[in-house]
Design a protein. Sequence first.
Length: 81
Amino acid sequence: MKFIQGHSRNQINLFPVSLDQSIDPDNEIRIIDLFVDSLSIKDYGFRMDYIENGCPAYHPSDLLKLFIYGYIRIAQDLKKE
């Protein structure tokens, strides 16, 4: 199955800096990225075999990164209250 592929974070587009350069070195996004990339996604029950029907899906590791980031942001917002 072909998944939707993002662009390289080091690619310079319209802005003078890349996306990777605009994220602080100590941002939690970097930890989430390293953590999820170190996992074997198939071993945790994520399906990697989808029928090619319609628009390509997002890669499960990208969705997991977004899911974890969302929970961290919610926890940070609840701490502030």
